[in-house]
Design a binder for this molecule. Structure first.
Ligand code: NAP
Length: 308
């Protein structure tokens, strides 16, 4: 099968289009014919060696954890899925080797759910990692109707899902982004504020009594800003700053694969309360350009890689 691989850590120039054997399928996995994958910042960070202390990497490694595709073959005990099912998933195992930037990926069934019919394969591939991160961090923070939620990096892959999910739960959302993304945030249902110096004052101007929840998907000084804007009893969930938990309490979230969570999120996608914004689409052979686009740190919406 055609696959993108890297055989050492480095820049995007270590990515190569190669030919690999089709993966074997373990007893509780299925083989997915990949129609689309998507890029997350962790993909290029991992390619640079950022997770070397956390996860075993076997070279040559195929990058990519997000997939949308069709079940081609089932494992020995996978009653949940059948050949021909259209699925999407966050195919993270506890080691790194066989990712989704390939024509086929072997995916444990616990990482997959049925693709919402309303979504194209490209839209569906944009959802799992970022959407589950938003979903799980919102749940950990306990967002409820009527709360005021501050979302840092609200225009990013995770932030856009979080804004829409929090709104669907009945929360009022204030979201940080650069000025060029403010109209977009308004369309998603958030009140935009620019990040940088004076952020806490700008948030306080919109929410004089403070915010109930801070969802941090990328910010400059989480601890100081949170102290300045949180209402009494408020809480923080961060996906980027584990140390802040020591000072602020709250939660640090590392997204987990979950069929159940994907099904629940899928219901919001199916009825249109959460929409998917695909910013750019690349062909598999252009995976390096897709990684580089994500690494700019200022993309709007998700970057998708089309596989066939
Ligand atoms: N722990 C986990 O499980 C987990 C899961 C997913 C992602 N992550 C991490 O979370 C981060 C966000 O991921 P993502 O997929 O949403 O990234 P992304 O799609 O690349 O989004 C980046 C966003 O950050 C915004 N931004 C840049 N500098 C900012 C600042 N100083 N303050 C506020 N916003 C700023 C940008 O907005 P503008 O363009 O408007 O500047 C852009 O919309 C990454 O570091 C990623 O590695 C962690």
């Amino acid at each position: 099968m055609r696959a993108i691989t890297y055989s050492r850590y480095g820049g995007s120039d270590v990515l190569e289009l190669t030919d690999l054997p089709t993966p074997k399928v373990g007893p509780d996995s299925v083989l997915v014919r990949v129609r689309a994958a998507s890029v997350n910042p962790v993909d290029w960070k991992m390619r640079q060696g950022y997770l070397d202390q956390v996860m075993d990497v076997t070279f040559p490694a195929v990058p990519g954890w997000d997939v949308a595709g069709v079940v081609e073959r089932v494992g020995l005990d996978t009653p949940e899925l059948s050949v021909g099912d259209e699925v999407y998933g966050y195919v993270r195992k506890d080691w790194v080797q066989g990712g989704t930037f390939a024509e086929y990926v072997a995916a444990p069934v616990r990482t997959l759910a049925r693709k919402p019919a309303r979504l194209s394969f490209e839209e569906a591939a944009a959802v799992p990692l970022a959407g589950l991160t938003a979903w799980q961090s919102i749940r950990r923070a306990g967002v409820t109707q009527g709360q005021i939620v501050l979302v840092h990096a609200a225009a990013g892959g995770v932030g856009q899902f979080a804004v829409q999910i929090a709104r669907a739960l009945g929360a009022r959302v204030i979201g940080t982004a650069s000025a060029g993304n403010h109209d977009h945030l308004r369309e998603l249902g958030a009140e935009p504020v620019e990040y940088g110096d004076g952020l806490a004052d700008r948030v306080r101007a919109l929410a004089p009594g403070g915010v109930d929840v801070v969802l941090d998907y990328g910010s400059d000084d989480l601890v100081a800003t949170s102290r300045a804007v949180l209402a009494p009893g408020g809480t923080v969930a961060s996906i980027v700053d584990a140390k802040a938990r020591d000072e602020l309490g709250g939660h640090y979230v590392w997204v987990r694969p979950s069929s159940t969570d994907l099904d629940e999120l899928g219901a919001l996608l199916e009825d249109g309360r959460v929409r998917v914004d695909v910013g750019q689409v690349f062909e598999l052979a252009d995976a390096a350009a897709a990684h580089d686009a994500s690494a700019t740190g200022h993309t709007r919406g998700k970057i998708v890689v089309r596989v066939d």
